[in-house]
Design a protein around this ligand. Structure first.
Ligand SMILES: [Zn+2]
Ligand SMILES: [Zn+2]
Length: 354
C-alpha cells in the first residue's frame, strides 16, 4: 500500500517473519495530522501478546511485525486541532490506536469491544506498510482520542508502561464487577497480569486472596498486597475457601480445571477469565454454575476512558508495575525467559537503546 502522508524514519525492533528472531528495523512514522499526537517513546512494556503476534501463533500476522502496546513517552508535536495535549506532556498509548467511533461500544467508551478496533500493532492503517507498527520503536504518531495522560512522577515512567495493557486488563473487570470494600476477591495466577490484579484489588479495598501453583511465590504475593495466599495444588487450602468468594479474576492463559475455582464462588459470584488459552479449558461442570447461580465471564483489555481512570487511580495511590528493564537487543532472550515464567513481573524495553 502506498501512503500519501509524508513520513519520518525511526529505529525499531521487529521480525521479518514468524520464524526469525527480532532484529533492528527502520520504519516510517507519519507526520502528525490535525488530530495527531507525536510521541517520542521512552519505554515499552513487553506483553505475552507480543510473542504470540510476532510468531504468528494467532495466525494472520503481517510482516514486518513491530510489537509493543505498553507505550510511554513524551509529546514532541501535536496537530492543529489537538486541545488536550501539548509538547512535553507525559503520555501513554495502550492496545488501541483507532476504532469506528460510531458504534454502541465506541459511544460507551468501550472501544476495546468495537468490531473495528485498530490494534497498536498488526491493525489496518493508511500508513506504510499498511498495518500498524507498535512500541518497540523510537516514535509513534496516534490520534489524540487514543492517547492517555500520565500523572505519575517522571521517575516512575518505565514502571507505568505495563499499566497500559496488564493494568487495564485487570482494572476493567475489577471495576465492572464492583470490587471494593467488603468483597472477597481471588486473583488466580501471579504473573504480569496477576501481580497488577493483586495491587489494584488491594488498593480498591477488597480482601484479596492470591492463587498460585508455586510455593515460592507465597511471600511475593503478600508483598504485592494479597491478604491471603493459596497454593492451588494443595487440596486442603482450596477446601478452606469453598463458597466464599464474591469475585475471582482468573489471569491464567494455560488450559486448566475451571471447576476448582468456580466452586470457591459463593451464591451469585462471578469468575472472569482474561487469559485466552491456546488449547481450550476442559468444559466446566454446568452443575457448578446452576447450583449457586454462579457466572463464568470474560473480559478483554479496557476502553480509553477507563484506561485514563486506571492511570489516574494508580498515580493517586502510587501504584506501578514491578519491572525488569532490558535493552532492545535483549528482547529475544527476554521472550525466552517470559515463556518460562522467569520475570518479576514485566520486562520493559528502554527505547533509548534502539
Ligand atoms: Zn498486552
Ligand atoms: Zn466502534
Amino acid at each position: 500500500m502506498t501512503s500519501t502522508i509524508k513520513s519520518d524514519h525511526v529505529h525499531a525492533y521487529g521480525a521479518q517473519d514468524a520464524h526469525q528472531p527480532l532484529e533492528p528495523l527502520a520504519i516510517n512514522r507519519r507526520q502528525p495530522g490535525a488530530h495527531d499526537v507525536q510521541i517520542d517513546i521512552a519505554y515499552c512494556g513487553i506483553c505475552h501478546s507480543d510473542i504470540h503476534q510476532v510468531r504468528s501463533e494467532w495466525a494472520g500476522t503481517l510482516y514486518p511485525c513491530v510489537p509493543g502496546h505498553e507505550i510511554v513517552g513524551h509529546v514532541t508535536a501535536v496537530g492543529s486541532q489537538v486541545k488536550d495535549f501539548k509538547t512535553g506532556d507525559l503520555v501513554g498509548v495502550g492496545c488501541i490506536v483507532d476504532s469506528c467511533r460510531e458504534c454502541e461500544e465506541c459511544k460507551d467508551g468501550l472501544e476495546n469491544y468495537c468490531d473495528h478496533m485498530v490494534g497498536t500493532y498488526n491493525g489496518p492503517t493508511q500508513d506504510a506498510p499498511g498495518h500498524t507498527l507498535g512500541g518497540y520503536s523510537q516514535r509513534i504518531v496516534v490520534d489524540d482520542r487514543y492517547v492517555l495522560h500520565i500523572r505519575h512522577h517522571k521517575d516512575q515512567l518505565a514502571a507505568v508502561a505495563p499499566l497500559l495493557c496488564a493494568g487495564i486488563t485487570t482494572w476493567s473487570p475489577l471495576r465492572h464487577w464492583q470490587v471494593g470494600p467488603g468483597k472477597k476477591v481471588g486473583i488466580v495466577g501471579i504473573g504480569g497480569l496477576g501481580h497488577m490484579g493483586i495491587k489494584l484489588a488491594h488498593a480498591l479495598g477488597a480482601h484479596v486472596v492470591a492463587f498460585t501453583t508455586s510455593e515460592s511465590k507465597r511471600a511475593d504475593a503478600k508483598a504485592l498486597g494479597a491478604d491471603e495466599v493459596v497454593v492451588s495444588k494443595n487440596a486442603d487450602e482450596m477446601a478452606a475457601h469453598q463458597q466464599s468468594f464474591d469475585f475471582i479474576l482468573n489471569t491464567v492463559a494455560a488450559s486448566h480445571d475451571l471447576d476448582a475455582f468456580l466452586t470457591l464462588l459463593k451464591r451469585d459470584g462471578t469468575m472472569t477469565l482474561v487469559g485466552v488459552p491456546a488449547k481450550a479449558h476442559p468444559s466446566p461442570q454446568v452443575f457448578n454454575l446452576v447450583a449457586k447461580r454462579r457466572t463464568l465471564a470474560g473480559s478483554m483489555i479496557g476502553g480509553i476512558p477507563e484506561t485514563q481512570e486506571m492511570l489516574d487511580f494508580c498515580a493517586q495511590h502510587n501504584i506501578v508495575a514491578d519491572i525488569e528493564m532490558i535493552r532492545a537487543d535483549e528482547i529475544n532472550q527476554a521472550y525466552e525467559r517470559m515463556i518460562k515464567g522467569d520475570v518479576k513481573y514485566r520486562f520493559v524495553m528502554d527505547c533509548a537503546t534502539l
